[in-house]
Design a protein around this ligand. Structure first.
Ligand code: CA
Ligand code: CA
Ligand code: CA
Length: 292
């Protein structure tokens, strides 16, 4: 790739870029549903997607952002289990009828910026939980940070002496080193003695992360309290997603709502009922976990 500075544009006013929203009304705004999607760019302040003051709704699960930027002014973002490696998430302005919800996201470096403007029109509810921020620039002391009805920051992990959210969370975790580990699917696993393990805000079954892991021993979250930060699909000894019933469809895929209960999905992850991955599952596309 090659990227050249646009004439007349500063690093902070680089225009929309990427996928943008510009609907007639919020009710028919474009919706992005992303799963196991990786975005990689050259410059921190170029946006993969953002609104241009027209509502955009983004649901991203198990996604990875390398450098680049994600955010907007009047959008809804629900980001679950996403990685921001030297990348940026930002909200500027805000609007009453949209929301920002971040769960189990990990930042290394990069930036998390929440800047709702003053006035009731800009009261976007923002909730950030179970996220890890490793040396990131964190700025959340905006016009509405002291309003608990629309501001929820808790169960997040930060470096000692590093930036934290404003307000801080009563259940935040502070550590001196995240000590990231490498395994089959990436470079942001945790040591098995990490203080981020089993201290999140809910059970892994409620976070749809039953079949995911944070550790290189590939131990599934299962029914434990969710670990803080980004999770990978738990794999077998060959780096393939665990397929307990051996039908060719990995556990995390069959258990489509990620709660560990095989009885409430199209096929049970615990029962061999789709031989060779065909019967009963024809036409299904298995999302492939990201590999480095
Ligand atoms: Ca756990
Ligand atoms: Ca299976
Ligand atoms: Ca299930």
């Amino acid at each position: 790739m090659a990227q050249e500075q646009l004439i007349g544009y500063s690093a902070y006013s680089a225009g929309t870029g990427g996928i943008t929203g510009w609907p007639v009304s919020a009710t028919n705004s474009p919706i992005l549903n992303l799963c196991f999607t990786r975005c990689s760019g050259l410059s921190v302040y170029r946006n993969y997607f953002r609104d241009d003051y027209g509502v955009l709704r983004v649901n991203a699960t198990h996604c990875e952002f390398y450098v680049g930027s994600v955010g907007g002014y009047v959008s809804t973002y629900a980001l679950t289990n996403c990685l921001f490696d030297r990348a940026v998430f930002w909200l500027d302005g805000g609007v009453l009828d949209q929301s920002i919800t971040l769960r189990n996201c990990t930042w290394r470096g990069g930036q998390l910026s929440i800047n709702r403007w003053s006035g009731t029109d800009h009261q976007t509810p923002v909730s950030i939980r179970d996220c890890a921020l490793d040396g990131s620039t964190v700025t959340t002391a905006d016009a509405h940070y002291s309003n608990p009805a629309i501001t929820d920051y808790n169960y997040n992990a930060f470096l000692q002496g590093g930036n934290r959210t404003t307000p801080q969370g009563a259940n935040d975790v502070i550590l001196t080193n995240f000590n990231w580990q490498i395994s089959w699917l990436g470079s942001f696993y945790l040591p098995t003695n990490s203080t981020l393990i089993n201290v999140g805000s809910c059970y892994a079954t409620n976070a749809a992360l039953y079949h995911f892991t944070t550790t290189t021993n590939q131990a599934k979250e299962a029914a434990s309290i969710v670990d803080i930060g980004y999770h990978y699909v738990a794999t077998d000894g060959n780096g393939n997603p665990i397929d307990t019933d051996g039908d060719g469809f990995p556990d995390y895929w069959e258990d489509s709502n990620g709660n560990g209960n095989g009885g409430d999905d199209a096929t049970s992850w615990q029962t061999y009922n789709s031989p060779n991955g065909l019967t009963g599952a024809t036409g299904l596309k298995v999302f492939t976990p990201l590999k480095p």
